[in-house]
Ligand binder design. Structure first.
Ligand code: BJW
Length: 250
């Protein structure tokens, strides 16, 4: 496969948006692919505040299952997660990784500068006192908040439809100044993440590349496209991008 490598000032910031596709080869389901999560569950039931009010047990069961799945020993970061961590260590201008994923595979792959804009599966939040707690067990209506000692108010620390994604100001600032925007393994159906490419393009500079198994709905907004498995195209791209650095940086 031929791959266009942009000529990029080594001091420019790289912003990377990732979605469920990057974790697919680690064994986690995507949402909208055939047989994916939304083929098994109605998103209105499990990924909206209204669904949680209607049937909290169903929502807790949904996230308890996914949390247990994530903690399975078989689920490990793949070559794409690791390559992005390597890029973060080696790129002089800095890398901000914005993930829509609630798994912790980027952290386990070695990335440090991460924003989980849709929250984290291994954290829970108290709706009474808003304390966020790391959590690796099942969660339920009986779970007591370790901070305020009340029960019945604990929920997964995730962002459902209709809720505001996290750290939007920081993301917006980075999108305003990045030299390269990479979108990896996301279908581009969910906003505001799907609009990040337009935010970069509206500035009139900043190169945008889509990496996915196949063209997405927003493909025409990107300057370049790299199609293939994330575990193959991402390490290849990172290696080639780092090879453009002057010797003193590399
Ligand atoms: C591979 C691969 C491999 C596979 N290698 N690739 C009408 C118009 C516009 C917007 C709206 C509207 N009505 C409502 C809205 C807003 C709404 C929205 O976008 N709805 C759309 C459905 C229309 N958005 C919201 O409500 C958000 N909040 C919000 O907008 O607040 C107001 C606001 C205003 C202004 C500024 C800022 C905010 C909140 C969205 C919350 C989304 N939550 C979820 C659940 C989180 C917790 C959980 O995980 O359970 O987030 S939904 C789900 O979708 C999850 C994901 O993060 C998100 C994105 O999915 P993703 O990652 O793209 O996965 P897939 O499955 O769709 O795609 C996978 C891709 O990988 C595919 O393309 C494959 O080809 C590819 N792939 N294998 C490479 N091996």
């Amino acid at each position: 496969m031929t791959m266009t490598i942009p000529s990029l000032d080594p001091q420019s910031l790289i912003v990377i948006l990732t979605g469920a596709g990057i974790s697919k080869e680690s064994g986690l389901d995507t949402f909208r692919c055939a047989g994916g999560i939304w083929a098994q569950y109605d998103l209105e039931d499990v990924a909206t505040p209204q669904g949680f009010l209607r049937n909290p047990q169903l929502v807790h069961g949904f996230y308890n299952g996914r949390r247990a799945g994530l903690l399975d020993k078989e689920i490990q970061p793949n070559a794409a997660h690791k390559a992005l961590a390597h890029l973060e260590q080696a790129w002089p201008g800095g890398v901000l990784l914005v993930t829509q994923n609630i798994d912790d595979l980027h952290e386990r792959g070695g990335s440090q500068n991460i924003i989980h804009m849709h929250g984290e599966l291994l954290k829970i939040r108290c709706e009474h006192c808003h304390t966020i707690t790391e959590w690796r067990e099942d969660l339920g209506l009986e779970t007591v908040c370790g901070a305020c000692q009340r029960k019945g108010g604990m929920r997964p620390h995730v962002v459902w439809f209709g809720e505001m994604p996290l750290q939007m100001a920081e993301i917006g600032e980075a999108l305003q100044k990045c030299g390269l925007f990479l979108s990896i393994g996301t279908s581009g159906h969910v906003y505001p993440a799907a609009g990040f490419v337009s935010d970069v393009q509206q500035r009139g500079h900043g190169h945008c590349i889509e990496m996915n198994l196949e063209p997405t709905a927003g493909q025409s907004l990107f300057d370049d496209h790299i199609y293939g498995l994330a575990s193959e195209v991402v390490p290849d791209f990172v290696q080639k991008l780092l090879a453009t650095l002057p010797q003193a940086c590399a």
